[in-house]
Write a protein that binds this ligand. Structure first.
Ligand SMILES: Nc1ncnc2c1ncn2[C@@H]1O[C@H](COP(=O)(O)OP(=O)(O)OP(=O)(O)O)[C@@H](O)[C@H]1O
Length: 120
């Protein structure tokens, strides 16, 4: 493995971290999701969830926030290449938002499976 390869990989991680910070700083949906992630993490400690439940919870958080990030990138790309109203652009944005919706439904289901038996 050449030194250049390692340096360029490290730089890519830096750009990706910058992108994650931009998302959290600028995107209202990711801000809300981050707050929910903090709340369920606190709930996890308070209700002493199991190792497997922690893994599923982190997976659900990562799934929703990851898909939301891709949705934001798609929205920004669509607005950049075609700022005017267009039914195709509308459909592309709806489909990207639909992916977040599916991830969110799964995350809610995981949250209910973990927490409902502990609360009722
Ligand atoms: N250029 C466009 N042409 C046609 N329809 C559009 C266009 N831009 C947005 N829409 C419609 O409006 C919806 C909302 O688009 P918008 O870009 O405002 O996303 P948003 O849901 O506000 O995103 P976020 O809140 O995540 O920033 C889209 O899903 C689409 O149905």
């Amino acid at each position: 493995m050449s030194k250049n390869f390692i340096v360029s990989r490290i730089k890519s991680v830096g750009y990706a971290a910058k992108g994650a910070w931009l998302l959290i700083k600028n995107e209202p949906s990711i801000k809300v999701q981050s707050i929910i992630a903090v709340i369920v993490t606190i709930a996890g400690f308070l209700l002493d969830i199991s190792r497997e439940e922690w893994m599923l919870q982190f997976l659900a958080i990562g799934l929703v926030m990851g898909v939301e990030g891709v949705n934001t990138a798609i929205e920004k790309t669509a607005d950049f290449i075609h700022p005017d109203f267009d039914t195709n652009i509308g459909q592309i944005k709806d489909i990207a938002a639909g992916a977040v919706f599916i991830a969110a439904i799964i995350a809610i289901a995981i949250g209910m499976i973990i927490y409902l038996p502990k609360l009722v």
